[in-house]
Design a protein around this ligand. Structure first.
Ligand code: SF4
Length: 401
């Protein structure tokens, strides 16, 4: 296995290790269920099926978040040929047009019919913060007044966009600003895509090279909408960003790790581990009680073998909690036999929380001790510290649930 000799200090932090577990299905989608479902919707006498129906705007349904099969069905419902759904899908996600009228390979009457009944609306941020190191954080206000955040992290010529998958997070990791503020709801597929489409609109279609689900929320708890979004993002007719450039980060929702491995998606998996000693992990992340390390390890191994991918373990260092030599040895034992790399990053302090950031030399010392015992170790540099790039810090000031 290839070993990386020197910890690379040029790497970046993406929000925060983020993404945890759910404990109870009670949280998931309880609110959304009342708004949209996978059933048929009636609108202006037209009955169509959209499994990700978005907000109705001025009496018109928003198509953002609809996938190819939705659009094919929609065309059939409109009395048109199914293949026109492909044309519509391509125009909406790749075409960069502002209106149905510009979809020149659709007939004029069809364009008028679409314009009469539908919109394709993204959103723009209520606030944008620019960090000294070039990171940009966007605060989006959703239709129902809730807030989410996304962070664009430039590195050289390339940029990574960190997406949110939920409003808040139900997992309540004790060190996390998002977890601190509670849980609002899952994002729709359209709301996940809207974050990316905004940045592409702002900076151009090639501006985002990598996408990571490491913003607010645990993406595996919003599994269906996240997977639909990834399929649209990676579709050649859609946003055309290879799934290999998409990373889904989880705190370890074991059943969904298996589901993601079996989904056929070629995405990368990052696991926010932060401790390989059960008691310490439990102290940091309540989800550890539900999905202990002994269940997490085989799930991760299954993903690596099934998808033939190396797993990334995120390990946030908290001063005096998980930064000892014995913690490093536990980590080395846990990853034994798993094709993986370890990203170490120092904790980004959050006001009101008791956790401390270790000094840089302490971080280096931990990495140096771990390195000979792990396939690859990278020390990531914190980014966007001056704008509170850790997820949830900005949105949390605007809302609590
Ligand atoms: S509480 Fe925070 S760190 Fe934990 S999964 Fe949720 S967003 Fe991620």
């Amino acid at each position: 296995m290839k070993r990386k000799k020197t910890p690379d200090r040029s790497s970046r932090i993406i929000g925060r290790g983020c993404s945890l577990i759910i404990g109870s299905p009670f949280f998931v989608g309880r609110w959304l269920d009342s708004i949209w479902s996978s059933g048929a919707k009636e609108q202006k006498g037209l009955k169509f099926s959209l499994s990700a129906l978005n907000w109705v705007i001025m009496g018109k349904s928003n198509l953002l978040g609809s996938d190819l099969s939705d659009m094919e069905r929609l065309m059939v419902d409109l009395g048109e040929k199914r293949y026109k759904g492909r044309q519509l899908f391509k125009w909406l996600y790749r075409g960069g047009v502002d209106s149905f009228a510009q979809m020149t390979d659709l007939s004029v009457p069809l364009r008028a019919k679409l314009a009469d009944r539908f919109v394709f609306e993204g959103f723009s941020p209520e606030a944008t913060l620019l960090a000294a190191d070039g990171c940009e954080k966007y605060l989006f206000r959703l239709e129902d007044g809730l807030y989410i955040e996304s962070v664009l992290i430039p590195e050289g010529e390339k940029s990574t966009l960190c997406l949110s998958s939920q409003v808040g997070c139900p997992l309540g990791c004790h060190f996390c600003a998002t977890g601190l503020n509670g849980f609002g709801r899952d994002l729709t597929t359209g709301e996940i895509l809207g974050q990316l489409m905004y940045v592409r609109r702002l900076r151009g279609a090639d501006a985002v090279h990598n996408v990571v689900f490491m913003g607010m929320g645990e993406p595996l708890l919003n599994f269906d909408n996240m997977v639909r979004a990834v399929r649209i993002i990676s579709s050649e007719l859609g946003l055309s960003l290879s799934a290999r450039r998409i990373t889904v980060s989880t705190v370890g929702i074991v059943p969904k790790i298996y589901a993601l491995a079996d989904s056929g998606l070629k995405v990368n998996l990052a696991v926010s581990l932060h401790a390989a000693e059960e008691a310490v992990r439990h102290r940091l992340m309540p989800v550890a009680g539900r999905y202990p390390l002994e269940d997490l390890a085989p799930a991760v191994r299954y993903f690596a073998e099934k998808r033939k991918k190396r797993i990334t373990f995120e390990y946030i260092l908290f001063k005096g909690i998980n930064d000892s030599r014995s913690a490093a040895l536990s980590l080395a034992r846990f990853i034994r036999g798993i094709p993986c790399k370890i990203n170490i990053l120092a904790y980004n302090p959050v006001a009101g929380l008791p956790y401390e950031r270790p000094r840089d030399d302490e971080v280096d010392e931990f990495a140096r001790y771990l390195y000979p015992r792990a396939p690859a170790v990278t020390v990531r540099k914190s980014r966007g510290l001056d704008i509170g790039a850790a997820c949830g810090q900005l949105a949390g000031k605007r809302q609590c649930f």
